[in-house]
Design a protein around this ligand. Structure first.
Ligand code: PGA
Length: 241
């Protein structure tokens, strides 16, 4: 695990975007694993700017998002598909048919999860996965648990996650309680992973995930075992290391 500390969120965004752009330059048909939430926004902005300047070409790139809320459709204002469209897909020259987000309206959730894992496999596996981490240590919607999840599955949001995500909804009651999420096993299969964390409020969980025991009680701690994990922190998130 390589840990880099940056001045602020924008500096991390530039640095993480450079890692993703380098991946696409080296392999135009790259398969990228993407995330939602506040954490990737600076990276997505930087990638959109690089694409507009002609420095990176997403024409052949294929993406798989970590998760989607169950019960929300693609055009729902709070869906992660919509988030990705607004914050990245529309701003870069990627083919919409190459952008994969689990279908939160699938009638058969188990079948949707299996199909998602199959699609990742058929695409050749994820080359580079972007990750943020939740205050409870979750990655994707893999919440603290008794064991590490394997493939894509139906995940139950923890109380802490519902509270953290209510800022996007009118009230906590509107936050979906379940999601389709890639598993810890899916994430660990990615050939390389970039974990981005910023802010004082994530300093404690960052220290527990990066330097504490590897345990499903802190799902992000599994990344200590990933052979190619780059961690990008601002000074505040790194303050308890
Ligand atoms: P955030 O969420 O980027 O909105 O802080 C991170 C996460 O929950 O994984």
């Amino acid at each position: 695990m390589e840990i880099h500390v940056y001045r602020d969120r924008d500096a991390i965004g530039q640095a993480a975007a450079a890692v993703f752009a380098a991946q696409v330059l080296a392999k135009p048909h790259s398969v990228l694993g993407l995330a939602t939430g506040s954490t990737p926004l600076a990276t997505y902005d930087a990638l959109a700017q690089m694409c507009a300047r002609g420095e990176v070409d997403f024409r052949h790139v294929c993406t798989f998002n970590l998760d989607e809320y169950i019960g929300l459709g693609r055009q729902d204002a709070q869906s992660y598909y919509r988030f990705m469209e607004e914050n990245l897909f529309r701003k870069i020259n990627i083919a919409p048919c190459n952008c994969h987000v689990p279908n939160g309206l699938a009638e058969d959730i188990d079948a949707e999860c299996a199909a998602y894992d199959d699609a990742i496999e058929r695409a050749g596996g994820i080359d580079l996965q972007f990750l943020g981490i939740g205050h409870d240590g979750h990655i994707g919607f893999n919440e603290p648990d008794e064991s590490f999840s394997k493939g894509t599955h139906l995940a139950h949001l923890s109380r802490m996650t519902i509270e953290a995500n209510r800022r996007f909804f009118a009230s906590a009651e509107e936050v979906p309680r379940t999601a389709i999420s890639m598993g810890i096993g899916s994430i660990m299969k990615a050939r390389a992973v970039v974990l981005v964390v910023y802010g004082e409020d994530k300093a404690e969980i960052t220290a527990r995930a990066l330097q504490g025991p590897v345990t499903p009680r802190v799902p992000g701690s599994i990344l200590q075992f990933h052979p190619r994990c780059t961690v990008m922190l601002d000074e505040a998130a790194a303050s308890r290391l």
